[in-house]
Write a protein that binds this ligand. Structure first.
Ligand code: TXA
Ligand code: MG
Length: 355
């Protein structure tokens, strides 16, 4: 299959949406931009389309898909119970990087929810995404548009790397805004909990609903026995080809440890370093005795939101390099830092070095 990439502009918007909408109605898949990461869209109400999504990603079919909508009123058509918090959170954060989980009704095929009786729903904050969802009939099932186990795509080029020849159309909307996936909050049970951290934090949600929000025990893999409510959290995700080691502790010690480890690099076996921009020069200067080609440094900005934006791109870039091991600085653990930290821990397969 030939994969067409359309760079969507104001000028070709209507034409692009007509094509994308008709492909979805023909049960084909279309990749599209959102504010978090690129999604791989199919008709959420069609079992066949969901099956195609799992196949295209190479994803286990017990790992449910998020349903994307463009109109709050459409929510009622797919859930069996709409708790009052849904409206409050939608007013505050939709369109935006928040996914809410509800008890589903029979309109949503079991295939879309991986056999669960719940459905996760979000309204993305991206003009192309919203127009595409409308053109396609209102309900788009979309996981991140990467092959299973690869970092989520933050550029249309990343989607092309993973999906070329597999899907008919990629809508290119340029680089995404946030760079890591949406927060998932569970409203299907009495206790409200975060199943996946993201840009919208537990505290932001608590402020809106006036209720305590807990963090699912499985989120950072704190408890190995915990059965994650979001099945996706149990798979080793976002894994780079090289071994990724996350170095944590006091900043000074972290940098010393990274320099120490990088001293072992040779041209035959280069070492990758993932650093904050402000530390790159310092680390380089300490490694002046090591041949340039032996150290591959990539930076993830300085602030946590910059790290969110750069992380997946940098992980993909490392896959192109001949490195077997990458040492990375960690990020703060509050605000969006918590979500970035969660993705880093998982990319590292819990491989953490305390400096
Ligand atoms: O930002 C995002 O949410 C992106 C963009 C494309 O919207 N989508 C995304 O989808 O990250 P995906 O499939 O890569 O991740 C969805 C996660 C998985 O961990 C899955 O297990 C969980 O959401 N999930 C989906 N439906 C669920 C449900 N009913 N119950 C529990 N977890 C669910
Ligand atoms: Mg994903």
């Amino acid at each position: 299959m030939e994969t067409k990439v359309i760079k969507v502009t104001e000028k070709n918007m209507d034409e692009a949406m007509a094509l994308a909408g008709s492909l979805i109605k023909d049960k084909e898949l279309v990749a599209f931009p959102t504010e978090t990461v690129y999604g791989l869209g199919g008709d959420a109400l069609s079992e066949g389309s969901s099956a195609k999504i799992y196949a295209a990603k190479g994803r286990p079919s017990d790992n449910p898909l998020i349903v994307h909508i463009a109109d709050f009123n459409d929510l009622e058509r797919i859930v069996s119970k709409l708790p009052p918090e849904a409206k409050l959170l939608a007013d505050a954060f939709w369109p935006g990087p928040l996914t809410m989980r509800f008890k589903k009704n029979d309109v949503v095929p079991d295939k879309t929810t991986g056999g669960l009786d719940t459905v996760a729903v979000r309204m993305p904050n991206n003009e192309i995404a919203l127009k595409f969802i409308k053109a396609a009939g209102g309900f788009i099932a979309a996981p991140s548009a990467n092959r299973s186990g690869r970092p989520s795509p933050t550029l249309a080029e990343h989607v092309k790397e993973d999906m070329d020849g597999i899907i008919p159309l990629i809508l290119d909307g340029g680089p995404v805004g946030i760079g890591i996936e949406s927060t998932i909050v569970d409203l299907s049970e009495d206790e409200i909990s975060i199943l996946r951290p993201g840009y919208i934090t537990a505290q932001m949600i608590e402020e809106v609903i006036g209720k305590k929000v807990t963090l699912d025990a499985a989120v950072d893999g704190v408890s190995k026995d915990a059965h994650p409510k979001a099945p996706g959290m149990k798979y080793r995700h976002y894994a780079p080809k090289a071994e990724l080691i996350l170095v944590e502790g006091e900043e000074k010690h972290v940098l010393e440890t990274i320099v120490d480890k990088a001293m072992n690099a040779t041209i035959a076996e280069p070492i990758g370093l993932m650093l904050k921009e402000k530390h790159a020069e310092y680390v380089k200067s300490k490694l002046f005795k090591i041949p340039k080609e032996a150290i591959i440094i990539k930076t993830i900005g300085n602030k946590d939101d910059e790290a969110a934006h750069e992380l997946y791109k940098v992980l993909r870039e490392f896959d192109e390099e001949n490195v077997k091991v990458i040492y990375s600085e960690s990020v703060g653990n509050d605000g969006i830092g918590q979500a970035v930290h969660n993705r880093m821990i998982r990319a590292a397969g819990h491989n953490i070095l305390n400096a």
